[in-house]
Write a protein that binds this ligand. Structure first.
Ligand code: ADP
Length: 197
């Protein structure tokens, strides 16, 4: 684990994923996040309709403006009411967001999914795949499924971090931008176990 200096370092830790790829875990509001405004993307914990919702999804749509909803509307339905099935990912521009792109993925509803672990792993893996296909170098994830979808946070952290460790090494930086102290602490602990040292 590499430390930083100053007050912000209390809520930002870094780990090397490879000689050319860094994992950063920080506390904050993902709608404010960006690196270069051209090859960066935030991941949205969307729902299958992709037309907005509560939690981080609502915050992203409010910050991006109505053009984001219009862009999502243009994403073809794969079945009635489904633009992005659970575990898959779609990309749009970021419009009024500081980040250039939004990668929309759908995590599992923990109590309703027949295999929530695979679905959560796929949501992370497919977001990273879509990022690479679109030449994104910097990506930021929220804690997908850890809000109203009620995934147990420790298990979600293990899946999120192990998937990024395996499939994130082609990107320059993979960030987790986490809203609450308790989820931030869990992510840092798991990253130390799975990536650190
Ligand atoms: P899900 O439906 O996938 O559970 P939620 O939006 O309900 O998604 O919650 C996912 C996580 O995103 C929660 O931990 C929540 O605290 C967090 N969150 C909410 N708003 C933001 C934000 N602006 N930036 C980063 N994380 C956020």
């Amino acid at each position: 684990m590499l430390g930083g200096a100053g007050d912000e370092s209390r809520f930002l830790v870094e780990f090397a994923l490879s000689p050319s790829s860094v994992l950063k875990i920080q506390k904050g509001d993902i709608t404010q996040w960006f690196i270069d405004g051209s090859s960066d993307a935030i991941v949205n914990a969307a729902n299958e309709r992709m037309l907005g919702g509560g939690g981080v999804d609502g915050a992203i749509h409010r910050a991006a403006g109505l053009e984001l909803k219009e862009a999502c509307y243009e994403v073809p339905e794969v079945q009635p009411g489904v633009r992005c099935p659970t575990g898959e990912a779609r990309i749009t521009l970021g419009f009024k967001l500081p980040a250039s792109h939004v990668i929309h993925t759908v995590g599992p509803i923990y109590d309703a999914d027949s295999d929530p672990e695979s679905s959560l792993r796929n949501a992370h893996r497919n977001s990273l795949r879509v990022a690479k296909e679109n030449n994104i170098q910097y990506i930021a994830f929220p804690a997908i499924s850890c809000g109203v979808y009620r995934y147990p946070h420790e298990e979600a952290a293990t899946i999120a971090i192990s998937t990024v460790k395996e499939f994130g090494i082609d990107l320059k930086e993979v960030h987790f931008v986490l809203f609450s102290d308790d989820i931030y602490d869990i992510w840092v602990k798991k990253a130390n176990e799975l990536v650190g040292k």
